[in-house]
Design a protein around this ligand. Structure first.
Ligand code: CTP
Ligand SMILES: C[C@](O)(CO)[C@H](O)COP(=O)(O)O
Length: 239
């Protein structure tokens, strides 16, 4: 149950990376997934989501214009801004924060097109009810800590390990403070929750799904095609 009236929620969709692990000439967020660029599939989830009132797409400076034309071409009509990102994902999020005005903010990877409407809602509600939230799935493999020479140094208890996804949802004021502190201290995290945790703010995990993949390496593209096909066969709304 949402304890606060939803006065509109904004989402920062980060898509300003170079996609080096994909090894493609085109940045992976712009690769076609069946009939449209991956980043458009992702934007469509938030275009359709009733809680989302504003979108900030953070992309490469050289890609702002073509993203704007895609937004028009594919009929994204919600309040949306397209802005250039930074050298690191964290910088891109921080840039996006400067253009969003809602009290609660979701941050989502532009290369996670399979997040569902229900997962977005659950993430938002958990943040409003608990202060901050991240979508995640329990780890299926055993995870080990390994030193620089390749020796196993620890095997954490798998029952406590979750693979963290996005969206991640926070109070805008908390996220601005967290990014400001990280920048002042020269700290770079791999997700926004790390920056929030550094403020001592508790973060609630919301269970997502294993299909909410981050398209990162070439094999992820094959899997993404498969996921899309299966959803279409089931007649599942892509949300
Ligand atoms: N400076 C950056 C780096 C990443 N991202 C975005 O953050 C998301 C997750 O990052 P990742 O999967 O690592 O994308 P890349 O950084 O592009 O990939 P790589 O590390 O392989 O270069 C992606 O949607 C990516 O576009 C971003 O907006 N700005
Ligand atoms: C934010 C994230 O998707 C959570 O798993 C992940 O940390 C992004 O990492 P990347 O190296 O920027 O893809």
């Amino acid at each position: 149950m949402v304890t606060e009236l939803n006065t509109g929620t904004g989402v920062i969709v980060v898509a300003a990376g170079r996609g080096t692990r994909m090894g493609s000439k085109e940045s992976k967020q712009y690769l076609m997934l069946q009939d449209k660029p991956i980043v458009i599939h992702t934007l469509e989830v938030f275009e359709r989501h009733p809680l989302i009132t504003e979108i900030v797409l953070v992309t490469g400076a050289q890609d702002v214009e073509r993203c704007l034309s895609w937004i028009h071409e594919y009929g994204i009509t919600k309040k949306i801004k397209v802005i250039p990102g930074g050298a690191e994902r964290q910088h891109s999020v921080y840039q996006g924060l400067l253009h969003i005005s809602t009290p609660w903010v979701l941050v989502h990877d532009g290369v996670r097109p399979f997040v569902t409407e229900q997962q977005v809602t659950s993430c938002y509600e958990a943040a409003v009810n608990h202060g901050a939230s991240v979508l995640a799935v329990p780890v299926k493999d055993t995870v080990k800590q390994v030193d620089g020479q390749g020796w196993v140094t620890a095997t954490p208890d798998r029952r406590s390990l979750w693979a963290i996804q996005t969206p991640q949802a926070f109070r805008r004021s908390d996220l601005i403070r967290a990014h400001g502190m990280a920048e002042a201290e020269g700290f770079t995290g791999t997700d926004d929750s790390m920056l929030i945790e550094r403020l001592g703010i508790p973060v609630m995990v919301v269970e997502g799904s294993y299909t909410n993949i981050k398209i990162t390496t070439p094999d992820d593209l094959d899997y993404a095609e498969f996921v899309r096909m299966k959803k279409e066969q089931k007649g599942e709304d892509m949300t």
